[in-house]
Ligand binder design. Structure first.
Ligand code: FEO
Ligand code: CA
Ligand code: CA
Length: 636
């Protein structure tokens, strides 16, 4: 055995050395079977070989790789190679151009970002925010309006004159608060390509102090009342806006993910309420709002963090409208909200909770959607469900009700994770975006990775923060899963409201050059299309699924040959996946929408390290880019 220098070990490595996992784990058995199936069954398992090894083949099998090879290609582009450089690459015959950059004005009397001093307080709620994420385009009359999330800020780039970028005043806090949230902006295509329409009446910034309403089961509950809002219905701000969604009635859904990071306290005496632990609310925060804005001091306002972590509905057609927090959709680290209308007209919203070992959810409205009818209660009145995946390829949606959980309706809405734990939901490998196929009754969820899946610590299996075990299972088949997978489910009776479903793995990401076991990925992964950590995901109108990654871009070791983060297109019918775009070094690719005529695709580039998009010597700026075919043909 090699000599180990204990001083160089990370905590995890040290822990592993002192608490070695059992000699033979479920994972070893999975891998052994997976390898033999890869070897003997060849193309039969396009995907999910390890999952199949857990028990059955039939239900878990996706399309065959042989079919994939033979099928006529539905890809209109020539796939591109990986890149490790500082810019965006798209296939031959396509080109891209920036549409909106962090700090770019939405109004004509506002200046662009100062590369030395950042955005001024005065301008900070009138410019495009930082760290673009989920987005949707709305056709409002003949105007095209994009609503787009700004997930978080990098302190140091926004407060460049402060040590470590930490706020030194209430004004500093206000700058950070203003640069997050949501931008609503009109866009138009002219001689210079797509541009923001300055001063459009649709242009609007929604941020951490924008007035909003709480609606649904938590509205008016004692759990959300504060001194400033004794009725528990009027709150301020939306936080850590990650993925998004769009309703058929023309509203935008922005999803609050890591909201916990904004609420803390310097009061060492304060006893954190028990429910904080499950959501990761701790005293010290990344932004230090609590030092200058007492709304964020949980010792003074312990219910304030219970007013965040929701899906928020925004009307992009009215810049004076009040956003509404739809608490019936639950409180957790919401990734996105994929809306579909079931056969009987009820509204179904699929949602992931992005944390190791947390769950996948579905909401079904009580009422039905009638075009032109009253939609105001559709996302308030209904039932929330959580997914349970069986190893035989079946699955079930478990209702979260007072009867099933022993909790009151407002408690289920506010402490949704705890409710889901009570009914025995399946712990997942970090559910990120869900996407619903518009041309088939099926939905997909990116399970981005889970370094703790199947890990043994102190002689026990790792758990989520609620104590639910994260054993290797068929839908999360790899221990210490560093690559991620995409699960797909088929609702029973072709009905998204049905409580039963079957599922398979559309893809297991991996590295077939470095590994020959389950970490090689499923057989629709090869040296030419490999990636890690699928995250953003959207279907285009033709039924191709676009996959965006937020992973390890070192291009070394287990990730050698995978390059920068990227966007790929997948064909649900054949399982084939091809690379369409590569992002600049350090960035993740996240957020995707299309122009009304489908001749332009808009994609988000978040947190580039490199001087993107303006080149050497310029500030790295999170940017939405517009991508077109040079022949102006349809692009989705
Ligand atoms: Fe904001 Fe889970 O990504
Ligand atoms: Ca994400
Ligand atoms: Ca991610």
């Amino acid at each position: 055995m090699t000599e180990v220098n204990k001083n160089e070990l990370s905590w995890d490595e040290w822990d592993e050395l002192h608490n070695p996992p059992p000699a033979v784990t479920d994972f070893d058995r999975v891998v052994e079977k997976a390898i033999s199936r890869r070897g003997f069954l060849g193309g039969i398992l396009a995907v999910g070989s390890a999952a199949a090894a857990m028990g059955t083949l039939g239900n878990l099998m996706s399309s065959t790789s042989a079919q994939a090879q033979e099928a006529a290609s539905r890809f209109a582009f020539k796939p591109i190679a990986i890149q490790t450089d500082a810019t965006v690459h798209v296939p031959e015959g396509y080109s891209w151009k920036p549409l909106a950059k962090w700090g770019q004005p939405l109004f004509s009397n506002v200046s662009d970002i100062d590369p030395v001093n950042g955005v001024s307080l005065e301008n900070s709620d009138k410019v495009f925010g930082e760290n673009t994420d989920g987005m949707e385009l709305f056709l409002i009359g003949d105007r095209q309006v994009i609503a787009v999330n700004h997930e978080y800020v990098n302190n140091k780039t926004n407060l460049p004159n402060n040590a470590d970028g930490m706020p030194m005043s209430a004004d500093d806090v206000r700058i950070l608060q203003n640069l997050q949230g949501v931008t609503v902006m009109e866009v138009a295509e002219g001689e210079n390509g797509w541009e923001i329409v300055l001063d459009s009446p649709f242009n609007r910034r929604i941020h951490h102090n924008t007035p909003m309403k709480l609606s649904g089961p938590a509205a008016g509950s004692d759990l959300v009342k504060t001194a400033a809002d004794p009725a528990g219905v009027d709150c301020l701000g939306t936080f850590n806006n990650c993925g998004a969604g769009k309703t058929p009635w023309g509203t935008y859904l922005t999803c609050e993910e890591n909201f916990n990071g904004y609420f803390g306290t310097t009061n060492a005496e304060f006893q954190m309420p028990d429910d904080y632990k499950r959501y990761g609310i701790v005293a010290e925060t990344r932004y230090a709002y609590e030092k200058f804005d007492e709304r964020f001091d949980v010792a003074k306002n312990p219910n304030e963090p219970r007013r965040a972590g929701y899906v928020v509905e925004i009307d992009p057609s009215d810049a004076s409208s009040t956003p509404i927090k739809r608490t019936a959709l639950g409180r957790f680290k919401h990734e996105n909200a994929a809306v579909t209308i079931a056969r009987d007209g009820r509204v179904v919203v699929y949602m992931g909770d992005d944390e190791r070992g947390e769950f996948l959810y579905k909401f079904i409205s009580n009422g039905i959607y009638v075009p032109g009818g009253d939609t105001s209660k559709l996302l308030d009145e209904g039932t929330l469900y959580v997914a349970k995946f069986s190893d035989d390829g079946a699955g079930e949606w478990l209702a979260l009700t007072p009867e099933t959980t022993g909790m009151k309706a407002d408690e289920i809405a506010v402490f949704t994770r705890q409710a889901a734990s009570k009914v025995g939901a399946t712990t997942m490998d970090r559910p990120e975006w869900v996407a619903v196929n518009p041309v088939a009754v099926e939905a997909y969820c990116c399970l981005t990775n889970n370094s703790r899946r199947g890990e043994i610590k102190d002689g026990k299996l790792r758990t989520n923060a609620g104590g639910d075990e994260m054993a290797v299972n068929a839908v999360n088949p790899r221990e210490k899963n560093e690559y991620g997978q995409i699960v797909r489910w088929y609702p029973a009776n072709d009905d998204h409201t049905d409580s039963k479903f079957n599922w398979d793995l559309f893809v297991m990401a991996g590295n077939p050059v470095v590994h020959q076991d389950a970490y090689a990925g499923s057989s629709n992964i090869n040296e030419g299309n490999m990636f890690n950590s699928p995250d953003g995901m959207m279907f285009d109108s033709t039924g191709l699924v676009w996959i965006q990654t937020d992973g390890e871009d070192s291009n070394e070791g287990d990730f050698a040959g995978q390059g920068n983060n990227q966007m790929l297109a997948g064909d649900p019918v054949t399982g084939r996946i091809e690379r369409f775009l590569t992002g600049p070094k350090g960035s993740e690719v996240t957020g995707l929408t299309w122009s009304a005529d489908k001749r332009t695709m808009f994609a988000g580039i978040q947190h580039p390290d490199a001087p993107f998009p303006d080149g050497e010597g310029k500030l790295p700026r999170s940017t939405v880019v517009a991508i077109k075919r040079d022949d102006n043909a349809l692009i989705g």
